[in-house]
Design a protein around this ligand. Structure first.
Ligand code: NAX
Length: 328
């Protein structure tokens, strides 16, 4: 029998946590046949609710789930973690300025970065879901100097999946006919979903669709503002789709991208495509043997350039703001 993989999940009692934990425990995060041990982190007030979820996880009798421990202390929760899903974050509440939001989240992601640095396993892989995800990932990464920077990633896979869904509807094809979708930049309304490099059944997607009006006035805003549309319709933010995207992100990172395809992940920039080194920005990436690489050599036209630059400028501003606050 294989040694279980230790997966730490923060915000375990939240709505994404509720959708996520059952899929991790049933084997969808890492793959068939890989046993997992869960370590859940919550704030003290929510530990009881996390215990309730743990009772339900027990009641599923998942063969791959080899144990669950619950903590309200980051130092303990990340001990021995091979995979960490940082879902818990401080949401923006009424009257909160961006600076307040960044500061409140700095108070969460700085100690979590330190705890990962101190206690996680050598092969730790981190996915930040909690918003503002890219900058929260940057804060955690900056406080984990002994962990290679490429192990800290943020989630744009939900945006990627939303883009696949919109394009498949427009083109009347299955999502599995689409390859090489890309989300560039920040997980925010400035993100840029790029279909100029995407393919539908092997042919260029933008040329196949051939509808610039749809691209500019429908596709891009629909993908970028989908989160708000879900809140409007459901009365609550995306949860099961976000959990599903988190599963996809880690599964792809660990098990690799298909030949000829890539995915979108927010990763530490090496300066590729003019994105300032060190920012955690979304790129087209391939993965193999547990390591990701930014796809190189794509031609970026003026239309795409302007949109990538705008989203990256927002990331630079967020980085400057957290620097000013002394969070990195
Ligand atoms: P909920 O408010 O339902 O749950 C968040 C949970 O985190 C709560 O149980 C809370 O007690 C816990 N928490 C807060 N501070 C914590 C800390 N310091 N340590 C451990 N746990 C802590 O939010 P939910 O709907 O689950 O969303 C979680 C986060 O995902 C939010 O920041 C949300 O904005 C973000 N999202 C990110 C997405 C992405 O694509 N990157 C999409 C979905 C989602 O909006």
């Amino acid at each position: 029998t294989r040694t279980p993989v230790t997966v730490t999940v923060t915000g375990a009692a939240g709505q994404i946590g509720y959708a996520l934990l059952f899929r991790i425990a049933s084997g969808h995060l890492l793959g068939e046949g890989v046993p997992v041990r869960l370590r859940l982190l919550e704030i003290p007030q929510a530990v009881k609710a996390a215990e309730g979820t743990a009772m339900e996880l027990d009641d599923c009798a998942f063969p791959l789930l080899s144990g669950i421990d619950i903590f309200d202390d980051a130092g303990k929760a990340f001990e021995g973690a091979n995979v960490a899903l940082l879902v818990g974050a401080r949401p923006r509440t009424k009257g909160m300025e961006r600076g307040d939001l960044l500061e409140a989240n700095g108070g969460i992601f700085k100690p979590q970065g330190e705890a990962i640095n101190a206690g996680a396993a050598d092969d730790i892989k981190v996915l930040v879901v909690g918003n503002p995800a890219n900058t929260n990932a940057l804060i955690a990464q900056q406080h984990a100097p002994d962990v290679p920077a490429e192990r800290f990633t943020a989630m744009t896979r939900l945006d990627h999946n939303r883009a696949l869904a919109q394009l498949s509807k427009k083109a009347g094809v299955s999502v599995s006919d689409i390859r090489r979708m890309t989300i560039w930049g920040n997980h925010s309304a400035t993100q840029y979903p790029d279909i100029f490099h995407a393919e539908i059944a092997g042919k260029n997607a933008a040329e196949t669709v051939n509808d610039q009006n749809w691209l500019e006035n429908d596709f891009i805003p629909t993908v970028a503002k989908r989160g708000a549309a879900i809140i409007e319709a459901r009365g609550a933010s995306s949860a099961a789709s976000a959990a599903s995207a988190a599963i996809d992100h880690v599964h792809t990172w660990v098990n690799g991208t298909a030949d000829g395809d890539w995915t979108s992940m927010a990763v530490v920039s090496d300066g590729s495509y003019g994105v300032a080194e060190g920012l955690i920005s979304s790129f087209p990436v391939t993965a193999k043997d547990g390591k990701w690489e930014i796809v190189q050599g794509l031609e970026i036209d003026d239309f795409s350039r302007a949109r990538i630059d705008a989203s990256v400028a927002e990331l630079s501003e967020e980085r400057d703001a957290v620097r000013k606050l002394g969070l990195i």
